[in-house]
Design a protein around this ligand. Structure first.
Ligand code: LLP
Length: 424
């Protein structure tokens, strides 16, 4: 089996056709239609185990950032392996619980938690709130007091470290809306330590996503550990240190650190700084599911234009926003490569916008009816999908060896306006 794409191990060409594990993608298209997200169970589990194994032998928790892919089946597979969850909304909490996730392993991130969401999380008994501002601390104290609870909190520190990634997904810079300025963090902890309905349990930082270098992580870790030291001198002892998520994957030719390498570098800092007793948390999303998924689509028409050629496929920006939103390069593979006839074309969807593209200037030999797979689509694919142009969202399937399970049926047109009504 030859690896089909830089972005992938679970997908490979066999007998001239692309497979996911042992299942030909052609069979999936025939049975479930297109567009369909296809995920490899083995690849998801292997990535998660890399985190778990790298942290073995010490108190640690891997909180999967479920915004990357929140299908219940994916969450369930990870929960079975002991995953906790990093959530950013009441909706994500409900999903995590519906999938059998343990609320005591849930951390709640996000800059705009509402009182309802805070109350919902307190009632569920989550591990901690990752605080993003002093105003949020006061809200949490008030809601917890009303419910007669004590809210576990951790401060999300903004260390002002450049993660060297796309500006939309850098989160640990002073100019970003995220976290509490490093220089304000100690004061916030002192305030939190005085409140009756809040319990300080940890510290947290997440500097961005699709990070492909170790240095920003290590720099941020050192700054966070400086605060841990300072707080300790103040008599505020933290139970856990959360280094966030953000590890990049290979979409094209990026060479991000391996999961084990990243964790080893972080643990080396923790140990060198004398904090081996702290529980270590991480919040990976993309690196768990990104390479485990592909978006399977069918070519509708090949249009030779005056200046450009277009392969128009039945998946579009509403199914996979990453190219339109971040100018992201995603690998497109023909499911049954042809020997000749390649032309340079843009792979686009049927949505009525010129921003609706999946790939640009690729040499592909495609004819109407041919299947393609957009690789590395397991993260931030379906979870960011919309119904723009009144297009039902794609089906999702999980491949497990030679079996395929539909884990979300294709949305039907009647689903799309079921909640709407007209005036009397
Ligand atoms: N923790 C927090 C607080 C986060 O905000 C995120 C992602 C993660 C963890 C997980 O990061 P990851 O390991 O997946 O990089 N839609 C964008 C990515 C947005 C990331 C948002 N935050 C994309 O498609 O590239």
């Amino acid at each position: 089996m030859k690896s089909s794409s830089p972005a992938d191990g679970a997908f490979a060409l066999r007998d001239g056709a692309l497979h996911c594990e042992r299942v030909p993608l052609e069979a999936i298209a025939q049975r479930f239609g297109t567009p369909t997200y296809v995920y490899s169970r083995a690849a998801i589990e292997a990535a998660f185990r890399s985190y778990r194994d790298a942290l073995a032998g010490r108190p640690a928790l891997v909180c999967y950032a479920m915004k990357a892919n929140s299908n219940l089946a994916v969450l369930d597979l990870l929960a079975r392996l002991g995953a906790g969850f990093d959530i950013v909304s009441g909706g994500e909490l409900a999903r995590a619980l519906a999938a059998g996730g343990d609320p005591r392993k849930v951390v709640f991130s996000g800059v705009g938690k509402t009182e309802e969401e805070i109350a919902q999380a307190l009632a569920a008994g989550i591990l901690c709130f990752n605080l993003e501002s002093v105003a949020e601390l006061e809200t949490i104290e008030r809601v917890a007091a009303r419910l007669g609870k004590r809210a576990p909190v951790s401060v999300r520190v903004n260390p002002d470290v450049d993660p060297k990634t796309h500006r939309y997904i850098a989160t640990g810079l002073k100019s970003n809306k995220f976290g509490v300025a490093w220089s304000d963090a100690v004061a916030l902890y002192r305030r939190a330590a005085k409140l009756a309905h809040v319990e300080v349990v940890g510290i947290d930082c997440h500097i961005g996503s699709q990070i492909t270098e170790l240095k920003p992580y290590v720099d941020a870790a050192d700054l966070v550990l400086d605060l841990v030291d300072e707080l300790q001198r103040d008599g505020i002892r933290l139970h856990h240190v959360d280094f966030g998520g953000g590890l990049g994957i290979c979409y094209r030719d990026e060479v991000p650190p391996a999961i084990g390498e990243l964790i080893a570098a972080l643990l080396a800092r923790v140990d060198a700084r004398g904090h081996a007793d702290k529980t270590i948390l991480v919040e990976p999303g993309r690196s768990v599911v990104g390479n485990a998924g592909a978006l399977l689509a069918r070519t509708i028409v090949v249009k030779r234009g005056a200046e450009r050629n277009f392969a128009i496929v039945d998946a579009a920006m509403n199914d996979l926003m990453r190219p339109a939103l971040y100018d992201a390069w995603m690998d497109v593979q023909p499911v049954r490569p042809r020997d000749s006839g390649a032309i340079v074309c843009d792979v686009v969807g049927p949505v009525c916008e010129s921003g609706d593209w999946l790939a640009r200037e690729r040499a592909l030999a495609l004819a109407p009816g041919d299947l393609i797979a957009v690789m590395g689509a397991g993260a931030y694919g379906m979870s960011m999908a919309s119904n723009y142009n009144t297009r039902g969202r794609a089906a999702e399937v999980v491949v497990d060896g030679d079996r395929v399970y539909c884990v979300r049926r294709r949305e039907r047109v009647e689903d799309l306006f079921a909640g709407e009504s007209v005036l009397p």
